[in-house]
Design a protein around this ligand. Structure first.
Ligand SMILES: [Zn+2]
Length: 415
């Protein structure tokens, strides 16, 4: 874990203002995706501060510290999006975009940034679209190109955008899904996009929506990979720095509730101003731009933490065997903040083959294939992927015994 650097973020990442207000501090954690191999169990992971700031100038919310992304993403590179829900999401999304381009009889160019294994691009008709992806995961390039999609194995930066421009020209469509909250330099990224967009082209980016973090209380989606917590109002203003305009948006279910922003060059598209203003009003109604909202939010998480601890201690005393279910990245924030370690949770079941046999970051809780559920027979299962608890319970209803499922959040519940 040497050479890991972390620095304080002193300016708003969207408007550069120094007027930042600290909202709350979560527990320091290691990078949320740094699952540990058995052979590395003796090494201790470095932990980093995890705090949130609100920009009092434009209303943007961001982390207080930035961890070197080379460390964070080294484990990310192997992630592929093959979950069924995710495939349906991408297919619907691609269909919607293609509808705009059905009329004209020509070939269009689409660039997908952070294209991963090419899943999203594969839903674009190859006769109608020249499909190009860019992603730093070198190991995915071959796999993607087998699908007839060109893949550039690198990060997307302004510098790289010039190379792409020379080779492929400009693009009618540029997309970036679940990457614009992870960028070290947002401005550099947007300058690159702006260079590559045709005059009437569209840039679409999807990110987790801050309103959902507040409304659905998904505080565990706060971890070092997610530097920015976007919502409409600040982004409308931010786009203007690049002579871009937000002309539409969609609210979608992906990743626990996301927002998809549609941007174009200035004066190129009709702006859905009523729709946008209506949503900004909702953001204000939920008081997304007031410090107090977050103080109360934090207080609520603390209350649940204390309540959960009491319940778990009671069970521990009775020698109950407690397991967890689901070890997504957000479980790192969750287990650290709620102080759930090996002494409380003996092991965690997770469906992901990549994680099975490994240990959770820092807390070193073993991750086990759920097919061994009947063998291990825990008495209580804490659902760590708590926002999917219905699916998890449904999936495990045919066990040969009846364990209790504990939903820790947004209110402790035992089913
Ligand atoms: Zn700002």
């Amino acid at each position: 874990m040497e050479n890991v650097s972390v620095r304080k973020i002193k300016n708003c990442r969207l408007c550069h203002s120094k007027n930042l207000k600290n909202l709350f501090n979560l527990k320091s954690t290691p990078p949320a995706n740094s699952y540990v191999k058995k052979s590395d169990l003796n090494k201790n992971l470095k932990i980093f501060k995890l705090s949130l700031n609100l920009c009092k100038n434009c209303g943007h919310m961001q982390l207080g510290h930035l961890v070197d992304r080379r460390k964070i993403f080294s484990n990310y590179l192997y992630k592929t999006n093959t979950g069924k829900q995710n495939l349906i999401h991408f297919e619907k999304y691609a269909k919607k975009i293609q509808k705009y381009y059905l009329k004209k009889n020509k070939k269009y160019k689409i660039l997908d940034i952070a294209s991963n294994d090419g899943t999203f691009l594969s839903f674009f008709n190859k006769k109608k679209f020249l499909r190009i992806g860019i992603d730093p995961a070198k190991n995915l390039k071959k796999l993607v190109e087998k699908k007839g999609i060109k893949q550039i194995a690198s990060f997307f930066t302004e510098k790289n955008s010039i190379k792409i421009l020379r080779k492929y020209g400009k693009f009618e469509i540029i997309t970036a899904n679940h990457v614009c909250a992870h960028l070290e330099n947002l401005y550099d990224f947007f300058y690159g996009v702006e260079k590559l967009l045709t005059r009437d082209g569209i840039f679409i980016f999807e990110v987790g929506y801050r309103l959902n973090v507040i409304k659905k209380k998904t505080f565990d989606t706060i971890y070092h990979e997610h530097i920015d917590y976007h919502c409409l109002k600040p982004v409308v203003k931010f786009a203007k720095n690049f002579n871009l305009e937000l002309f539409d948006f969609d609210l979608v279910e992906a990743q626990g509730g996301s927002i998809r922003f549609y941007l174009c060059r200035k004066n190129e598209k009709k702006i859905k101003i009523n729709k946008i203003n209506k949503q900004i009003k909702i953001e204000k109604k939920y008081k997304l731009f007031l410090n107090k909202t977050y103080y109360l939010y934090f207080k609520n998480i603390m209350k649940i933490k204390n309540n959960l601890k009491k319940i778990l201690l009671k069970y521990k005393k009775k020698n109950t065997e407690i397991a967890g279910y689901g070890a997504p990245a957000k479980a790192t924030t969750f287990t650290y903040f709620f102080e759930l370690d090996k002494n409380i949770i003996k092991y965690i079941f997770d469906d992901s083959k990549i994680k099975q046999g490994k240990f959770t970051p820092g807390k070193k809780i073993p991750i086990i294939n759920p097919k061994y559920f009947n063998l291990y027979r825990p008495d209580i299962v804490i659902v760590l992927a708590w926002n999917y608890y219905k699916d998890i319970i449904k999936k495990n209803k045919n066990l040969d015994y009846k364990p209790k499922f504990l939903i820790p959040f947004p209110k402790v519940k035992i089913l």
